[in-house]
Design a protein around this ligand. Structure first.
Ligand SMILES: [Cu+2]
Length: 150
């Protein structure tokens, strides 16, 4: 009787696992309208923006980004401190199922620090996005001038 009970508990445990537990962020995170801000000569930093859609069933975390266009890439937010807008580094961006997360100038953004080469209008840079589950996505990001953005 005891073994049958353990067996049944085991069966229940197996089937109560959500079927989507193995979905990868790279399979369900859809990215729209990416762009990077063109840098004027001498500028060492710039920002990249895009809209994330989570088409999956679970929350995913964007934890890091890389690009050959910059030595360091960080996830940033803008926060108001003592009446001043300041940038703050974020450990991750939460991507909730069914929601969209908008990165835009003055808000959440991907910071490109130590630009390598010209990030000029008409060019395209590649940004690699890394998620908490270890999956990755490459995004082709067109470069736009500030006047085209505003
Ligand atoms: Cu920033």
């Amino acid at each position: 009787m005891i073994t049958l009970r353990l067996f049944l508990i085991g069966i229940i445990a197996i089937f109560s696992q959500p079927l989507y537990a193995n979905e990868l962020a790279s399979d369900v995170i859809r990215i729209e309208a990416p762009f990077a801000r063109a840098a004027v000569p001498g500028m060492k930093m710039s920002g990249a923006f895009m809209v994330f859609h989570n088409d999956g069933k679970m929350e995913h975390l964007l934890v890091d980004a890389k690009s050959t266009a910059a030595r360091h890439v960080e996830l940033h937010s803008h926060v108001k401190e003592k009446g001043m807008m300041r940038m703050r580094r974020m450990a991750h961006f939460h991507l909730k199922p069914g929601e969209q997360k908008v990165l835009r100038p003055g808000g959440l953004h991907i910071m490109l620090i130590g630009l390598q080469g010209a990030i000029t209008e008409g060019n395209e840079i590649t940004i690699e996005l890394l998620f908490a589950d270890g999956s990755q996505t490459q995004v082709k990001v067109p470069v736009k001038s500030i006047s085209a953005i505003q």
